[in-house]
Design a protein around this ligand. Structure first.
Ligand code: PHE
Length: 343
């Protein structure tokens, strides 16, 4: 009898299982109401008196061992279920974190802002849906002015009275008008933002693009100050300090100029992007027309200033040799991923 109990104890301690059903079967076999232990306890009365003590102890040990086995196997099963359940498999190696990248337009915009911040320009922003005054009239572009055709406009609302028109801003010069209306000189501000023009979409132009425009107003500001600022900018931004100013026309500046930088003709790409001249146009600029200052309640006999404006896409295309402006808006990850290493 005692040998039989000892044999069962060996079986119990050796038992292993990873399934709930098997553990339950094991429990019923040993501890169930018709289980082995029940039967063995029933035998107790038939055991000789002098052997009862040992037999009783052995039985109790077997019962305890069986109960502990069931409890520990069930606990292990529950833990295993938790690991694959709510939290997933906690022992699995971590997945590599997918790093995103900034959009090249943001990268270049931040770079431009940074260059101008260093010489005291602050950033100003304004609405994308503008009224006629801030986008055109205040900038010396009254109704019927032919220069309005320079910027094909998307109108939100067009009425008989232009003062009531609303439109998508065609440049961020509108932000500068707002800034002048609300701040007294000296003024040093740059206005980055999205602008809209009703133009055909091609590799070189888009109906939505981004600009950074700058404005500097103080006493005794001259064209020489503008030129020096442009030199500083091109050197910081492109590492090139040969520029030329070509006379141009903008209604809000007088005199006005187009800024070209000397890009060089060292590679085939240089030939292509500069059309074989080595020179590249990067922005428009000029001395703020006194009419514009007066429109914004700034005394033009005391103050003068300069302004400039550039397209961010154009500069990003130059810096990163991007052949098609449409790539900026398609958001193809294969394109965007290439800017991961740039901060
Ligand atoms: N607003 C002009 C444009 O969008 C750029 C510009 C700004 C030119 C300031 C001169 C001075 O084309």
């Amino acid at each position: 009898m005692l040998d039989k109990v000892k044999e069962l104890l060996g079986e119990v301690s050796a038992f292993q299982s990873a399934s709930k059903e098997e553990v339950e079967a094991f429990r019923i076999k040993y501890l169930g109401s018709k289980g082995l232990l029940k039967n063995l306890f029933a035998e107790f009365k038939n055991v000789d008196a002098e052997l009862r003590k040992d037999f009783g102890q052995a039985l109790n040990n077997l019962k305890k061992a069986a109960e502990q086995k069931v409890a520990s196997l069930n606990e292990a099963l529950e833990n295993a279920q938790e690991e694959t359940g709510v939290y997933g498999d906690l022992t699995r190696p971590a997945e590599p974190i997918q790093l995103g990248s900034r959009h090249p337009i943001s990268l270049v915009k931040n770079q431009i802002i940074d260059v101008f911040n260093r010489i005291g320009f602050t950033v100003s922003e304004g609405p994308e849906v503008e009224d006629d005054w801030h986008n055109f009239t205040a900038l010396n572009l009254p109704e019927y002015h032919p220069a309005r055709d320079m910027q094909d406009t998307f109108f939100i609302e067009k009425s008989q009275d232009v003062a009531k028109d609303t439109l998508l801003r065609t440049h961020t010069s509108s932000v500068q008008v707002r800034y002048m209306e609300n701040n007294k000189p000296p003024i040093r501000t740059i206005s980055p933002g999205r602008v809209f023009r009703n133009e055909d979409i091609s590799a070189r132009s888009h109906c939505i693009f981004h600009q950074v425009e700058g404005l500097y107003i103080d006493t005794d500001v001259s064209f020489a100050d503008l030129k020096q600022t442009l030199l500083y900018f091109t050197k910081e931004m492109f590492g090139k300090s040969k520029i030329r100013l070509r006379p141009s026309y903008f209604p809000f500046t007088e005199p006005s100029a187009e800024v070209d930088i000397y890009w060089g003709l060292e590679t085939e790409t240089d030939y292509r992007i500069t059309k074989g001249t080595g020179w590249l146009e990067i922005m428009g600029c000029g001395m703020v027309d006194p009419n514009v200052l007066e429109n914004c309640n700034i005394d033009s006999s005391t103050y003068s200033g300069y302004a400039f404006g550039m397209g961010i896409e154009r500069i990003a295309m130059l810096l990163y040799q991007i052949p098609d402006i449409r790539m900026f808006y398609e958001n193809d990850v294969r394109f965007l991923e290439q800017f991961k290493s740039v901060l």
